[in-house]
Each structure stands twice: as C-alpha cells, then as structure tokens.
Design a protein around this ligand. Structure first.
Ligand code: SF4
Length: 328
C-alpha cells in the first residue's frame, strides 16, 4: 500500500487522476471535517468519484476509515489534517495525507518568551504539524532576539503527535526545559509527563505562556492511584482497540497472559472507542488495560470511574518498570 503526503488539494487530485483511482473516501479529524465538502468538490470536478465523506469520529491518523473502505469498495483514502501514522491493520489501498497548517498571527510576547528560554538554556521545542509555519517563524525571530544559532536550536525541535513518547524522551533527556508551540494543554501535558522537564505551552490563540507543572503533578497523582487500584483488582478486561494504528492484538494477549500470571481473571474485549458509556455496561470488571492510544489513560482518567490503564502503566503494575522510569 502506498502512503504519501501532499501539500494541497490540487496535488492530491493530480495523483488520484494519474493513478486512475475511481472511488475515494475522504476523512478528517472532527475539527476539520467541514473542509471536506470543498475537497469533495475539487476531487469530483476532476472526475474522481467521492464515494463518501467519513462521518465517524477521528482522533488521529491512527484512526483510518476501515469500515467505510471495506463496505463501499473504495480504492483510495484522502486524509486531511495529519501526517502518516504506522498502520497495524492494512487497508490494502493507498492513503494520501494532506496536513493542514494553521496560519495564525504570532503574539510578540510568545516570541520573547521563547527567546528568553533560548538565551538561558537549551529547550526542547515541540509543535503539532498544523503549527509548523508558526514554529519556523517563531524560532527564526526568537533566535535573532536571543542571538543564538537557529540551526543548533532547531536540532532540539521536533513535530509532535500526542502519543510520541519516544521523541519526547529522546529530546527531553538533553533539554533544560520543554517548550510546546500550539494551543491547549494536550501536547504540553504529554511532553511534561514523559520528559519530566519544566514544560511551557506557548498558546498561540490565547497569546499566553502556560506552565504545565501543576497539571503534570495532578495527573501523575491520579495515574499512580489508578495503577494501585488496578493492581488490587481481581477481574480485569484487556481492551484491544479496533483502529488502524492502535489495534495491537499481540500486546493485548501478552497483557492478558501476564495479568493471569499475576493471579487475576482476565478477558479480552474489543472496542473502537473506549468511552465511559461503553465501560458502564461491563460491570463485571474492576479495572481495564487498554492497548491502544496511551493518552486515553493520561488525559481521560477522571471520566472513568474504574481504572483504565495503558501499556506503560501496566508495566509498572506488573513490576517490570518503576513509575519514575516511565514518568521521570
Ligand atoms: S494514538 Fe492517540 S495520540 Fe496517537 S495519533 Fe492516535 S489518537 Fe492521537
């Protein structure tokens, strides 16, 4: 299966035509789905049939429209808003990605804050893909202001998706602090819990620098409590998530075996989205391990009445890793 990234609607349409695709499914994350009607027009005007706009919830590029593709017999997917994510379930057809960049005006105060961090130490800098142009502009201006080498500062920078703990750990290890350019706390919280470094979100929409430390401590306390409650549980559900990039049967079966060796009764459960409403019907279980998106067990913990831990948290519960190794 071919995967490719395109910068514009017209580029992707040229590819669809040149490869003689006839039936495509369009997909975008929730906040960008309204752009799909325009994309659909562009594709159809070029003579390629849009068999459907996928209307299901989509949290990331890990969540391709498997059912729509199979049920409708599509021969390609165009996914708006993300870059490729490793697939665990083959769709058997090409997926074309168009990342979308947010064109925001950069608040001067945030450039100054970045310049201060660059002048006083070596920050790791992360940004979600939609803020790549904003990151480039801020880095250029902040380096000029702080009189530091832009190329060197750029070596400590990376695009970031919410589950990329490996990149956070790799750069965080060598950093004095972590700066996340974006909006909201989602990417900042991930960077904070996995790096253990003082983390500041430069929120482009609020125009504010937000220190994530208090939220990091609060969330880590909840995680520790949930792991402890999971450890006490006698009957647990091991959830394999039915998404293209999250399905991990091998891990789920391995966790199930390990939980049984820990003296628990364990059952394999399948689910597309892990929600409190769905778990409410699974009353026989005292706790769950979900083997897909690690962020479900970091950001959403308080919405679940029972522990729903992720793979790294299960490793802690099983005594294979120490809490401080996973969350320094
Ligand atoms: S696994 Fe979670 S954090 Fe990673 S891309 Fe999917 S939804 Fe986002």
């Amino acid at each position: 299966m071919k995967t490719a990234v395109f910068e514009s609607f017209n580029d992707v349409v040229r590819e669809l035509r040149s490869r003689r695709f006839r039936r495509v499914v369009l997909q975008a994350p929730d906040g960008m789905r309204n752009r799909l009607v325009r994309l659909s027009r562009v594709v159809q005007e070029a003579g390629v049939e849009v068999v459907a706009i996928d209307g299901d919830r989509c949290f990331g590029a890990c969540d391709l429209p498997i059912c729509a593709v199979r049920f409708l017999g599509a021969d390609a997917v165009v996914h708006l808003g993300h870059t490729p994510y490793p697939l665990r379930v083959e769709l058997g057809i090409p997926v074309y990605y168009i990342p979308c960049y947010d064109r925001v005006s950069i608040p001067r105060a945030l450039v100054r804050r970045l310049a201060d961090e660059l002048a006083s130490g070596r920050p790791a800098i992360f940004y979600p893909i939609q803020y790549y142009p904003a990151f480039r502009e801020m880095l250029r201006e902040a380096c000029r202001e702080a009189e530091v080498d832009e190329e060197q500062a750029g070596e400590m920078a990376s695009v970031l998706i919410g589950c990329d703990s490996a990149t956070v750990r790799r750069l965080g290890r060598h950093a004095d602090s972590v700066i996340v350019i974006g909006s909201g706390l989602f990417h900042g919280l991930g960077a904070a819990v996995w790096s253990g470094r003082r983390t500041i979100v430069l929120d482009l929409y609020r125009g504010e620098a937000v220190d994530v430390e208090r939220e990091r401590r609060r969330v880590l306390a909840i995680i520790a409590e949930r792991i402890e409650r999971f450890s006490q549980a006698k009957r647990v559900g091991v959830i394999a998530i039915l998404k293209s990039g999250q399905f991990n049967l091998e891990a789920a079966l391995s966790v199930k075996g390990e939980a049984e060796r820990m003296g628990k009764e364990a059952h394999l459960i399948t689910m597309t989205d892990v929600t409190p409403e769905k778990l409410d019907y699974l009353l026989d279980f005292e706790a769950f391990v979900q083997t897909g998106c690690p962020r479900i067990s970091i950001d959403d913990l308080e919405s679940f009445s029972r522990p729903v831990i992720n793979l790294e948290q299960f490793q802690i519960s099983a005594g294979r890793m120490r809490f401080e190794d996973v969350y320094p």
